[in-house]
Design a binder for this molecule. Structure first.
Ligand code: NAD
Ligand code: AKB
Length: 316
């Protein structure tokens, strides 16, 4: 019987992935934790504990108490917020992963999920159809921590046989929980502002292309890689996953088709330089070939669902 620990369950991904994991493995078998209070549906549907992943002792006790066999480690400081406090963000992003990997070694955990990001790439990387293997010289603290994390994931696999699996998520778009302080957050905020004010001031330029993915596809990809047979996982750092690439101008045009009164203006801030250092689109052929990654949302379908769901949410 697998017992799962989710670290960072209250975040944009955790708040949806935890519920999906509970549907699959049973509510009592998925222990949700975060440094802050989780949404009601997580607290009410199964075990929830406040846990700081940097607290090694409590992390170890939690793994023992619940007889945990797998960890989904989602806690991190994202790109925009990390630039505001680089050293602290490095500590959270790196030390947390080392705590989890050391525990996996000591307690012989069966699998670890840890998400990487398109932030592992940098300005010297080819930006269109960015390959799995290419130049990687990230210039943000978040990107540096993700690249180092990938190296650690592969190192623990090669050296200790720890079955760690990772995805280089693109920007994730969802309506349940706000985005957590990243550069791709504009593609979530735009829907809230469209519904509330029929207008949005974007912190990126009109033609800034970035890869994005709707949360339902991201959750499915996460579960698919974790459920795949170990021999299918040929890449032990993290897999490219592509999703959909579009610019602020293109998503605004798609929103306008459903809300003709919507307007967008542009006031780029420090996140523009981050976006300019990231890929515009991603080649995810390895993930497709190795364990069957599939994406089901395009820009049109995602825009329709986001507008409907954000409208419902804001109307209470
Ligand atoms: P988020 O910021 O929404 O959630 C992170 C959660 O971690 C928060 O609930 C936060 O309270 C918690 N946390 C922070 N510090 C903690 C600590 N010390 N102990 C325990 N919990 C702590 O982030 P997210 O968007 O859900 O991202 C989850 C993971 O996926 C991160 O590793 C992130 O880098 C990665 N990722 C996210 C995206 C995206 O677009 N959302 C894209 C690429 C990669
Ligand atoms: C961010 O913008 O920091 C994240 C990511 C792509 O890793 N959404």
């Amino acid at each position: 019987m697998e017992k799962l620990l989710v670290i960072g369950c209250a975040g944009q991904i955790g708040s949806e992935l935890t519920i999906e994991l509970r549907n699959l493995y049973g509510n009592e078998n998925v222990i949700a934790t975060d440094i802050k209070q989780a949404p009601d549906d997580i607290v009410e549907s199964g075990p929830f504990e406040i846990l700081d992943v940097l607290d090694e002792k409590k992390l170890g006790e939690t793994v023992d108490r619940y007889k945990i066999t797998q960890i989904y480690h989602l806690a991190a400081i994202l790109s925009g917020n990390a630039e505001k406090n680089p050293v602290k963000s490095w500590e959270i992003n790196m030390q947390s992963l080392l705590n989890v990997m050391e525990l996996a070694k000591e307690k012989k955990l069966s699998k670890i999920f840890w998400p990487s990001s398109i932030a592992v790439f940098g300005p010297s990387t080819p930006r269109v159809d960015t390959p799995q293997y290419t130049v990687m010289e990230p210039n943000t603290v978040y990107g540096i921590s993700k690249l180092a994390g990938e190296r650690w994931l592969e190192y623990y696999f090669n050296k200790y046989g720890i079955d760690g699996r990772g995805l280089r998520y693109p920007g994730l778009i969802s309506y349940k929980t706000e985005a957590g302080g990243g550069t791709t957050d504009y593609a979530v905020e735009i829907f809230y502002e469209a519904v509330k004010n029929s207008s949005y001031e974007c912190f990126l330029d009109a033609n800034t292309y970035l890869p994005m993915m709707f949360m339902e596809d991201a959750v499915k990809a996460t579960i698919d890689i974790m459920e795949a047979d170990a021999e299918k996982i040929n890449i032990r750092s993290s897999y490219n996953v592509a999703g959909i690439s579009f610019s602020p101008k293109e998503i605004a045009a798609e929103i306008k088709k459903l809300m003709p009164e919507f307007s967008i203006s542009y006031k780029p801030d420090f996140r523009q330089a981050i976006a300019d250092s990231w890929p515009q689109s991603i080649d995810d052929s390895h993930a497709r070939k190795d364990w069957g990654l599939r994406n089901t949302y395009d820009l049109k379908r995602m825009t329709k669902v986001m507008l409907e769901e954000v409208s419902k949410k804001l109307k209470g």
